[in-house]
Design a binder for this molecule. Structure first.
Ligand code: ADP
Length: 570
């Protein structure tokens, strides 16, 4: 019922139209029986028949034509309805993914679930509606044919109805095997989809070729195909057996009914015209019963998928209100903050104190895996600390407000395959994109682009202009400056810049930031020596903290790593 509600809300007019086609089909089927009876009458007892043979045949042709054409009409109507339903269910899925916080999103369970629902649950609300429509239409048909049959011979009816019981039981069995099958194969399909991306998408093309990885990846893809084939073949066998058993049951009941009609004619209980009409009615009724039981089966089959969808869209936190951007007067502070990723014993951030005062440039240095990015996500409100506290001007703000007030450029920032303007203004459409571009050092790049701000970037979708890694990084910087928050987190902002550009970025960083506070993450110590304060991280903890000069004087880990790095440069 919930599924039918979904379909109804997705497209009311379309649903009504589909129901009308269904009804028309049922009425036309009744017309076929009636016209058949008239035709037999006109043939066998011309004297007391209601219509002449020609009229009866014309009626029969008309009823048959209408009955035959409702199918195709309905098929086309269902295409429209199906698209609307899929759009609506997608909207619900997108609402759910928007609500999911980053930690949930990054856990693999969420991805697998989302994929399973994307693959299966999406088509089922529509399947259910089709089944409900089929069911209502066929109920009308079954009702009218039953009346016809009861009028001729009441015994024929229970015979046909009894044949339906095994059909329903069989379709319940089919439904269970289908859901279990979908559950089992989601992981495999995800891996195969990923390999297909690797083998076909542009961002991977260079590396896959450079490493001669095409053939090995291809053979892994084939392996998954083989596994999919084995599983699918088993499932298809199961369904074929079930379908075969169902057909045998239905055919058996039909044969029984026809034999009963023959016996009734022999006994003289009914005349030939009645027998003819009864035969048509039996044939049509068994067709309608087939639709009816098929629809019930469809409903049963969809039920677990729909429950899956319903559970998914109602899971997760309630929609969080949009955050408010705050000014930063005093500063941001983390106190004894701790965070672990789901399923990991070791804390990625373990008892960290950190302070960023308004307008300050603070650096976070440390080796790979020491917890810098995790800490940055905590500062930016993308993760919530498991223990400890996070203060904004001395108050504890909701994470949504923190996210609205802090901008992060990640190391693996997104290269939106959109225009330069859209790349910069993704956070909000109104604002001065050109000013942000020039603050980020894009003026020269902008001048060289054929359509300026409206040049398509990237080559994944359209024939856009591809930028160098360094230019893309400046686009990301422009995007961050454009959002204009009082704190910016830059995770390895110079990774793709050449040494001169990197030097320029860091020596001018305060001018570029225009008074905003910044948290700079880098493992290149030379680029962060100008920071107001440097935090050195190791295994999730802050091990040293101070200005460059203080840390050098302390002759600890920072000083040692700094000397190592500068020796390497010399
Ligand atoms: P850094 O930025 O200093 O390289 P990270 O903050 O990325 O360090 O990682 C800190 C630790 O957390 C590492 O041990 C890393 O393996 C782990 N980690 C990072 N991201 C995730 C994640 N999404 N799920 C599980 N563990 C993670």
């Amino acid at each position: 019922m919930a599924a039918a509600g979904e379909v109804w809300r997705a497209d009311r007019g379309g649903t009504v139209l589909a129901a009308m086609y269904q009804l028309l089909g049922a009425v036309a089927a009744l017309g076929v029986v009636a016209a058949g009876k008239f035709t037999f009458d006109a043939l066998l007892t011309p004297d007391n028949s209601a219509f002449g043979l020609t009229t009866a045949l014309l009626l029969l042709a008309l009823a048959t034509a209408v009955s035959g054409s409702t199918g195709p009409l309905q098929t086309q109507q269902h295409r429209l309805l199906g698209e609307r339903v899929s759009q609506r269910v997608w909207d619900r899925l997108l609402d759910t993914t928007a609500r999911a916080d980053l930690v949930t999103y990054e856990s693999t369970g969420f991805g697998t679930e989302l994929e399973r629902i994307r693959q299966h649950a999406l088509e089922h609300p529509f399947a259910v509606t089709a089944a409900l429509l089929g069911m209502s239409g066929s109920l009308v048909g079954v009702g009218t044919m039953s009346v016809v049959l009861i009028a001729v011979e009441p015994l024929l009816l229970p015979l046909l109805l009894a044949a339906g019981i095994p059909a329903v039981l069989l379709s319940r069995w089919a439904s269970r095997t289908e859901f279990a099958f979908a559950h089992r194969l989601t992981g495999l399909f995800r891996r195969r989809h990923y390999l297909r991306e690797l083998l076909t998408q542009r961002p991977y093309a260079a590396e896959v070729r450079a490493f001669d990885a095409f053939a090995p990846l291809r053979s892994r893809h084939e392996e998954l195909n083989r596994a999919a084939n084995v599983a699918l073949r088993q499932q298809v066998r199961r369904r074929q057996v079930i379908a075969g058993l169902t057909t045998i049951g239905v055919a058996g009941a039909l044969t029984g009914a026809l034999l009963a009609i023959v016996a009734l004619v022999r006994n003289g209980r009914i005349d030939l015209a009645e027998a003819g009409a009864a035969a048509i009615a039996v044939r049509l009724l068994s067709g309608q019963l087939g639709v009816l039981f098929g629809s019930i089966g469809g409903l049963l089959e969809s039920a677990p998928f729909l429950a899956d969808l319903a559970r998914f869209v109602s899971s997760g936190p309630p929609p969080s209100p949009r955050g408010h951007k705050r000014a930063l007067v005093d500063g941001v502070a983390l106190r004894d903050v701790r965070f672990s990723y789901p399923g990991q014993d070791r804390a990625a951030v373990d008892g960290v104190d950190l302070e960023i005062r308004a307008g300050e440039v603070v650096a976070l240095v440390g080796e790979n895996g020491s917890g810098k990015t995790t800490l940055a996500k905590l500062v930016a409100g993308l993760y919530d600390p498991a223990a400890g506290s996070r203060w904004w001007d001395g108050t504890s703000l909701p994470a949504a407000d923190i996210r609205a007030s802090v901008t992060v450029i990640f190391q693996d920032f997104v290269r939106y395959q959109m225009t330069l303007r859209e790349n910069i203004t993704i956070s909000a459409p109104t604002g001065d994109a050109v000013a942000a571009a020039s603050s980020a050092g894009l003026t020269r790049t902008l001048g060289a682009l054929p359509e300026g701000m409206d040049t398509m970037l990237g080559r994944d979708l359209d024939e856009g202009v591809d930028l160098s890694g360094g230019q893309w990084q400046r686009v990301a910087l422009a995007r961050a400056l454009y959002r204009d928050t009082p704190l910016i987190v830059l995770d390895e902002p110079a990774a793709a810049l050449d040494p001169r550009a990197e030097h320029e970025l860091f020596t001018n960083v305060r001018a570029t930031l225009g008074g905003r506070a910044a948290l700079l993450i880098s493992h290149r110590f030379s680029s962060t020596r100008m920071a107001d304060r440097i935090y050195v991280m190791d295994a999730g903890r802050v091990v040293e903290c101070g200005t460059h000069d203080e840390l050098m004087a302390a002759a600890g880990q920072y000083a040692e790593l700094y000397r190592l790095q500068s020796a390497a440069y010399r």
